[in-house]
Design a protein around this ligand. Sequence first.
Ligand SMILES: CCCCC/C=C\CCC/C=C/CC(=O)SCCNC(=O)CCNC(=O)[C@H](O)C(C)(C)COP(=O)(O)OP(=O)(O)OC[C@H]1O[C@@H](n2cnc3c(N)ncnc32)[C@H](O)[C@@H]1OP(=O)(O)O
Length: 250
Amino acid sequence: MPLKMGVATVTMNRPPVNSLNTEHLETLHRTFIRLENEKCRGMILTSSSPTVFSAGLDIREMYKPELEKARKFWRTLQDMWLKLYSSPYPTVAAINGHAPAGGCLLSLSCEYRVIVPKVRMGLNETQLGIVAPQWFQDCMRNAIGEREAEKALIAGRMFSSEEALKVGLVDEIAQNKEECIQKAEAFLASQANLPMLARKTVKLGFRHQTLSRLLTGREADTKIFIDYIFQPKVQKGLEMYLQSLSKKAA
Ligand SMILES: CCCCC/C=C\CCC/C=C/CC(=O)SCCNC(=O)CCNC(=O)[C@H](O)C(C)(C)COP(=O)(O)OP(=O)(O)OC[C@H]1O[C@@H](n2cnc3c(N)ncnc32)[C@H](O)[C@@H]1OP(=O)(O)O
């Protein structure tokens, strides 16, 4: 995590697709805490993969899990998200590859998004027979508005880079990762002279409702997750999805 002029670039590096298991989520969470403690001036979130930003939650964490491990997984996801979404420093996602589901959530939790061409992003959960939790949905709604979010979430729509720009899911398209980082840096530079306290206060004001909805209902949210994924038909769906992903690789 190099810090250049107080700006950190956090590069996810969990091959092959940066899927978010408990360990990876813990690493991200610790990183965001450290950045806050070190009074970082801005953060760029990106990926070491040339084709994938993040494939979202690691489906193997939800497929036939032990109860306590599944609970820990979900709480760690909540912790990571609460830290990122409420970060006092400016955040940009340099989306240099596909960003389905939890990968899209990571980018939506940043303040500004730059994407490369020919990749897809969105909350596709419905297509997998699972449901994007309320706080995932809130992040989408906050980015693109009620009507577009409702349509996208019901359909589990994956947006192309161009479609994402058109609907406001991302702020800019860059030609490649290098340009993506340059544009991310330019956004952070544009924020650098703003009084930090005022900036942070306005950001948290906008995000307060979404954050408190989870903060006040964390246990209930965990229970909903557990009850949902332990349903036999959901497990069957996850099994088939994992098989389809593996078949694709074969
Ligand atoms: C009433 C209220 C109910 C509330 C319910 C509450 C909770 C339910 C939980 C809901 C939340 C879900 C959020 C999620 O994030 S679910 C994950 C969704 N992710 C995806 O759908 C992405 C799946 N992956 C892909 O589409 C592609 O892998 C790709 C990201 C486009 C990259 O494609 P490619 O480069 O071609 O790579 P491969 O497809 O060949 O994959 C390589 C390798 O990685 C494995 N893999 C891919 N994605 C995942 C994943 N998300 N988790 C685990 N493993 C993954 C894939 O199986 C390959 O493995 P092998 O090489 O071993 O075959």
